[in-house]
Design a protein around this ligand. Structure first.
Ligand code: DHB
Ligand code: FE
Length: 278
């Protein structure tokens, strides 16, 4: 039986990776964003996770628009990143936890989620920037199970389906034969749109509604269709679906330990939310 210690949800903007690389954490522009992280890291390190289940979306590094799984689960012994064109320096590889990956896959398929299994998988900024934020000293001590959600190529999975998928993953972790401490890292969002007529669109009211609902009423978010989410949060704001999967994994009643919200970082309403079981 493994234990889910809580969840950390954060934006995954590539510019954050650059700011870390250049040591700009105390810079006037960056400080309100980075100041949210010391309490989140203190919480994380006290909780001593062995494995992080990272729920994110791929931005064209491992999957492209021609082949886009709705839900993909990494089952590799190691994951590497590559410069995806954002100019972020490449980061060291991160170790996998394939036995937990397969337990998650077995449970998902038993629960009728037809996942894509990836025994090789490149992970992009959406996976690595949150790791850099949470383990700035390096991630030798942690293993990951990356879970990619299609928030990019329509049709997107519904919020309802995402919550149910997360609940299935949570069951797999709790039933896992080994005793591990597992943290959920959900990445992306909140509101942002990078292209088209509404480029630069942000919606702090909707972001606030999401952050509040995610604590103990995630089902409130399942009444929005994927198109309504795009309308309310922006086309890339659909990354909130990753947070909804993550909330499903955590399950049960939760308590908010950390929240930080700052507009804008790059083109995005940057948010951080740490939840633990109540
Ligand atoms: C930005 C945000 C993202 O979610 C992303 O994947 C890439 C860039 C941005 O605001 O710059
Ligand atoms: Fe993104």
């Amino acid at each position: 039986m493994s234990n889910i210690i809580g969840s950390v949800a954060t934006s995954h903007i590539p510019a954050i990776g650059n700011a870390i690389h250049k040591g700009l954490q105390k810079d006037e522009y960056w400080q309100p964003f980075f100041d949210g992280f010391p309490p989140a890291r203190a919480w994380l390190h006290a909780a001593k996770p062995d494995v992080a289940v990272v729920v994110y979306n791929d931005h064209g590094l491992n999957f492209f628009l021609d082949k886009m799984p709705t839900f993909a689960v990494g089952a590799a012994p190691v994951y590497t990143s590559e410069d995806e064109g954002w100019g972020i320096p490449t980061v060291p590889p991160v170790r996998g936890a394939p036995e937990l990956s397969w337990a998650i896959i077995e449970q998902a398929v038993a629960d009728e989620f037809d996942v894509t299994t990836c025994q090789e998988m490149l992970v992009d900024h959406a996976c690595t920037v949150p790791l850099q934020l949470m383990w700035p000293e390096g991630w030798e001590g942690i293993r990951i199970v990356p879970i990619a959600i299609n928030t990019v190529q329509h049709p997107l999975p519904s919020a309802k389906r995402c919550l149910a998928f997360g609940q299935s993953i949570g069951r797999a972790i709790r039933a896992f034969a080994q005793t591990l401490n597992v943290v959920v890292i959900s990445t992306g969002g909140l509101s942002h749109q990078l292209e088209g007529e509404r480029a630069g669109f942000l919606n702090p009211e909707f972001d606030d509604l999401c952050l509040n609902a995610l604590i103990n009423k995630p089902e409130l978010l399942t009444r929005y269709s994927a198109h309504e989410i795009v309308e309310l949060a922006g086309s890339q704001g659909a990354e909130i679906l990753n947070w909804i999967v993550g909330r499903g994994i955590l399950g049960g009643a939760a308590r908010e330990v950390v929240r930080n919200y700052h507009i804008p970082i790059s083109n995005t309403a940057a948010a951080l939310q740490v939840l633990e079981p109540a």
